[in-house]
Design a protein around this ligand. Structure first.
Ligand SMILES: Cc1cc2nc3c(=O)[nH]c(=O)nc-3n(C[C@H](O)[C@H](O)[C@H](O)COP(=O)(O)OP(=O)(O)OC[C@H]3O[C@@H](n4cnc5c(N)ncnc54)[C@H](O)[C@@H]3O)c2cc1C
Length: 428
């Protein structure tokens, strides 16, 4: 057994520095100990303790299996970094055609635009937060942020070294989130408690996040006083001015106070509930939510072989096949790419499907048959509570129940689940 592990280790770490090999040997030797203590303690403690102890064991076993297969030289190895909208769909789509390894800092995939509904209605999160292993039944999962990439390997923050034949970068937005699905569901419960027990709420940021949260609270808790402060001259600046003014009207009609061209300094607070804006206005609120944009998740690529492929805004430059410029076997999908289109999840999914097709063609040696990605047309819908929405498409800007019918009731959760091969309605 020991000899086999060491052989496997050699294969996994082909080309990795020695300290990585030593690290893995220690890790594999630790497996037996984990097993013993895990069994002993699980009989004495509860399920959480059991899972906590066996999670590393499970990951290590997966790791060993991968190494054994690599020795047998079975399938091409596709490493997908980032398990968001784009990366998870690509991993799911490729899992029968390649040895897929998904690297993500958390154990679950979350539909990002359902987050605010999950706060006002925590039960909604049971469908919107999906364990990676629920759809990735054939692939392997490594729960750790990726930290570095070389020509043949991806390194994770916990010092794993993963070889690849094909690489996909899908680390759209960098965000801090709990490790487990149970913790994430609990976080939504806590945020719901915060909303329930407040009679006045301050929302900072008037982009899609702030507007959608204000809409959710105004629709579900009309008795609460909501104030939205935005630093810019109009709401939803990524859309046209018509959409901004219609949204402002809608929020005002629901008694949301909107303060534009002002910022809130959280260090300039009096007591627990008095906030001051840059225009010296005073806001009284029992709690606040920061709804500012998240940074692009590409800082981990700085000082790696891919840093020359980043443009000035930190996005990866790709060619018409979604291959990272200058690379034969590395792709990028989702908001991290420099594709000139609105950074929407539906386009991220479309990119994932095109990149998956192209990798399959490369595996078959049919490079010339790769598909060209065509940038999407502009169409954006921002939900305003459960019934209304504001939509901007090339010919018109609409607000109210018609665009609301498209997005606001289910927030595309059923559709996204179906795309992932899961039951639209059942919670995972
Ligand atoms: C309020 C709001 C509403 C929206 N509504 C819609 C809508 O109605 N329809 C629509 O199509 N789009 C919508 N969007 C846009 C949509 O959310 C994004 O376009 C989409 O999430 C982008 O997908 P992605 O996979 O590129 O990135 P993300 O979904 O951000 O996923 C990135 C993944 O990479 C992981 N990651 C980050 N760093 C690392 C690392 N170093 N190593 C490993 N993993 C890493 C993250 O944990 C995450 O899992 C909305 C966005 C907002 C903010």
């Amino acid at each position: 057994m020991r000899g086999r592990l060491l052989d496997a280790n050699k294969t996994i770490n082909n080309g990795c520095p020695n300290w990585e090999n030593e690290n893995l040997i220690q890790c594999l030797h630790g497996t037996g100990l984990h097993c013993f203590w895990g069994l002993l303690l699980s009989t004495c403690f509860n399920r959480e303790v059991f899972l906590e102890i066996f999670r590393p064991l499970w990951i290590e076993l997966n790791w060993k299996l991968m190494a054994v297969e690599a020795v047998e030289g079975k399938k091409s190895k596709v490493v997908v970094v980032g398990g968001g909208i784009a990366g998870s769909l690509l991993a799911k789509t490729m899992q029968y055609d390649a040895d897929v390894i998904l690297i993500d800092p958390k154990e679950y995939f979350e539909i990002p635009w359902a987050k605010w509904r999950c706060m006002v209605q925590p039960s909604f999160a049971e469908r919107a937060v999906i364990g990676h292993t629920e759809y990735l039944t054939q692939g392997r999962l490594i729960v750790s942020p990726a930290a570095k990439v070389t020509e043949n390997h991806v390194y994770t923050s916990d010092n794993r070294c993963i070889p690849y034949d094909y690489l996909v970068i899908a680390t759209g937005h960098a965000d801090s989130a709990p490790l487990t699905k149970a913790e994430r569901l609990q976080q939504f419960q806590n945020e719901n408690q915060k909303i329930q027990s407040a009679s006045s709420i301050l929302i900072i940021g008037g982009g899609p996040n702030g507007v959608e949260l204000a809409g959710e609270i105004a629709a579900d808790f009309p008795e609460k006083k909501v104030t939205l402060v935005h630093g810019g001259p109009r709401l939803l600046e990524f859309l046209g001015s018509k959409a901004s003014s219609k949204t402002l009207e809608w929020l005002t009609s629901k008694n949301v106070d909107v303060l534009l061209n002002q910022t809130v300094n959280l260090f300039d607070k009096y007591g627990d509930d008095v906030y001051r804006t840059s225009a010296r206005e005073t806001i009284i609120a029992d709690c606040h939510f920061m709804c500012v944009g998240r940074p692009i998740g590409s800082s981990w690529l700085n000082a790696t072989i891919l840093d020359k492929s980043l443009d000035e805004s930190g996005r990866l430059m790709v060619d018409e096949h979604l291959r990272i410029k200058g690379w034969k076997n590395a792709f990028a999908v989702g908001v991290i790419t420099d594709v000139p289109e609105l950074k929407q999840g539906m386009f991220a999914q479309k990119q994932a499907l095109v990149a998956a097709k192209n990798i399959k063609q490369l595996i078959k040696g049919k490079e010339k048959k790769m598909e060209t990605y065509k940038a999407g047309y502009i169409m954006a819908i921002v939900a305003l509570g459960r019934k209304d929405a504001v939509a901007e498409c090339p010919l018109a800007t609409l607000i109210g129940p018609i665009p609301g019918k498209i997005k606001s009731k289910d927030l595309f959760v059923g559709r996204t689940r179906r795309n992932m091969g899961l039951d639209r309605k059942a919670s995972s």
